[in-house]
Design a protein around this ligand. Structure first.
Ligand code: HPA
Length: 243
């Protein structure tokens, strides 16, 4: 049976606790660049979530650590090489949509790749018109409504970071159609689609984006909100992928 690859975002490490682990593989063991961000561990956990075989990538690699697009997406290529044909990406993101409150989750309907880069080179003109699988999204929405879980759906803007955005940048992102903003996911989606993987992605909305409220952004707060929201996503994933 083909595995589901699951990438954990900032503060979402507790999602891994739901996995019955058979084997742990450090990034260094397979010659992948490591992650230096606090709250990111840098390993793959191979096992099962409910009845579904999974590979969990704990501690993704970011552009803002100085890695290039190839390094950022190396984990996705490795998991695909291990037989993963479906990719679930999670991230922590700021919310720009006044109707999407911090502490809730958003399933990505689409993205804006504002990193200025891509993991692809040469004539790889892949179709991105349904990058986030519409049918799979519908399954997650149905599971959310059956379990009384709030699951918004919207557009994620992926920026390089590491600084959070200015209020002017957030106004620009609202104008161009973003609902959430973060520093990951978009390159992994592009890589996954190029490899023919089915992709779904979820943003844990950890904070109002800059300027939406007067409060300053705080990385510790982002991590803490992610931790408490992780349980919700575990319930949703169990219901959808361990059928
Ligand atoms: N902006 C960018 N990345 C983020 C944010 C944010 O507000 N929150 C969590 N990751």
């Amino acid at each position: 049976m083909n595995r589901i690859a699951l990438v954990l975002g900032s503060g979402l490490g507790p999602l891994a606790d739901a996995v019955a682990v058979e084997e742990a593989v450090g990034f260094a063991d397979v010659e992948l660049p490591g992650s230096s961000v606090p709250g990111h561990a840098g390993r793959f956990l191979i096992g099962t979530l409910g009845s579904a075989p999974v590979i969990v990538m704990q501690g993704r690699v970011h552009l803002y650590e100085g890695h290039d697009a190839a390094a950022v997406t190396a984990g996705v290529r490795w998991m695909a090489a291990q037989g993963a044909d479906r990719l679930i990406l999670t991230n922590a993101a700021g919310t720009l949509n006044p109707a999407f409150e911090p502490g809730s989750w958003m399933v990505l309907s689409d993205h804006l790749n504002l990193t200025g880069t891509s993991p692809l080179h040469g004539p790889e003109f892949i179709d991105m018109s349904t990058a986030y699988d519409p049918e799979w999204r519908a399954v997650f929405r149905a599971a959310a409504s059956e379990t009384g879980t709030v699951l918004h759906e919207g557009v994620y803007a992926g920026l390089r970071g590491p600084q959070y955005e200015t209020p002017a940048e957030i106004r620009m992102l609202r104008t161009i159609g973003a609902d959430a903003v973060g520093m990951s996911t978009v390159l992994e989606t592009i890589q996954g689609r190029a490899l023919g993987m089915k992709v779904a992605a979820f943003s844990c909305l950890t904070n109002w984006a800059a300027g939406i409220t007067p409060a300053a952004l705080d990385h510790q707060e982002v991590l803490a909100t992610g931790k408490s929201a992780a349980d919700t996503m575990v319930r949703l994933l169990r219901r959808v992928i361990s059928l």
